[in-house]
Design a protein around this ligand. Structure first.
Ligand code: HEC
Ligand code: HEC
Length: 252
């Protein structure tokens, strides 16, 4: 993330290492004693106060300094222009800081139920992502931009990177909700793919099989619709919807 100061050694070792140390420290960057362009954080904050806030931002959003600042990823921080406002994300982050201040002020007005008030942080919403969206919203966006295939590839990569970290709810609800968006877009084949994938992860869910059945029915594939609704009914004998649909579509 950022470079730790190089611990230069002393004595004989120093003599040997002096070249290495000085050449390493040449491009080394230090947190400024007096930041020059603080508009939301207290203006008199020294770099030592700024440092945990900035590293906190990177962790909360899962990004690097260059996401908000002018500078090229991979280049030394000494080449960055931290006081510049040319990167629009920096001003977005300022608005977020103001918003967070307002939210926490509002929260002071309610009677809190724990031993102390719950504080809101950047990571309360962001959870390691720059754009905090629900899983279904994020898949819906990918679908609208690129289609079902890429959306499901995106799903797999999110699951790999974020599973168990609380950033997304990977329960059956997400793909179910997303599948209905695809179905509403009249992309029946796409919806079947989404619901079938959900059924792979949640084969014991009557609701998921009910959705699979609905998509097959919409596609005109009565045989698969019957099989799916039957699975749903087996898992949840009180599924009246499945029962009624089966009664109406099953050949007598
Ligand atoms: C999410 C966006 C974001 C990220 C990521 C971020 N910063 Fe910042 N940074 C800001 C904002 C916003 C300010 C200005 C705060 C203000 O106006 O009160 C700022 C100000 C600074 C300043 C003060 C510049 C000056 O002279 O006014 C320094 C230095 C700085 N950041 C360093 C870093 C470093 C180093 C990193 C990476 C470890 C980093 N920042 C990551 C948003 C970010
Ligand atoms: C109440 C929830 C919430 C909190 C708290 C919050 N954010 Fe955000 N943030 C959002 C949402 C929602 C968006 C996306 C807005 C959009 O693009 O429509 C966002 C977008 C951003 C972006 C722009 C990302 C992009 O790529 O467009 C930055 C930068 C950012 N937030 C920084 C922060 C920082 C820094 C904090 C803490 C000071 C913070 N946010 C706190 C909800 C929050």
């Amino acid at each position: 993330m950022f470079q730790k100061p190089m611990p230069c050694l002393s004595g004989a070792v120093l003599l040997i290492l002096v070249f290495t140390c000085s050449s390493l420290s040449q491009g080394q960057w230090k947190w400024p004693e007096k930041p020059e362009n603080l508009q939301v954080l207290p203006k008199d904050w020294p770099g030592s106060r700024l440092r945990p806030v900035m590293t906190g931002f990177t962790r909360a959003l899962g990004v690097r300094c260059s996401y908000c600042h002018v500078g090229e990823e991979g280049k030394p921080l000494s080449t960055f222009d931290f006081k510049s406002d040319a990167n629009p994300k920096k001003n977005t982050a300022r608005e977020m800081l103001r918003m967070l201040g307002d939210v926490n002020d509002h929260l002071k007005k309610i009677e809190y139920s724990g031993d102390k008030p719950v504080n809101m942080w950047c990571h309360t919403c962001h959870r390691g992502r720059p754009r905090p969206m629900t899983l279904a919203e994020e898949l819906g966006e990918q679908y609208r931009l690129k289609g079902v295939g890429p959306a499901l590839v995106h799903y797999a990569s999110l699951k790999k990177d974020f599973y168990g970290r609380g950033a997304y709810d990977f329960g059956e609800g997400a793909l179910n909700e997303f599948g209905y968006e695809v179905l509403r877009a009249k992309d029946v084949t796409g919806a079947i793919r989404v619901f079938e994938l959900n059924a792979e992860s949640f084969p014991e869910s009557a609701n998921v099989w009910d959705s699979v059945g609905e998509a097959y029915l919409a596609s005109g594939d009565t045989l698969n619709a019957i099989a799916s609704y039957e699975k749903s009914l087996l898992l949840e004998p009180k599924n009246r919807n499945a029962e009624q649909i089966l009664n109406s579509i099953k050949p007598r």
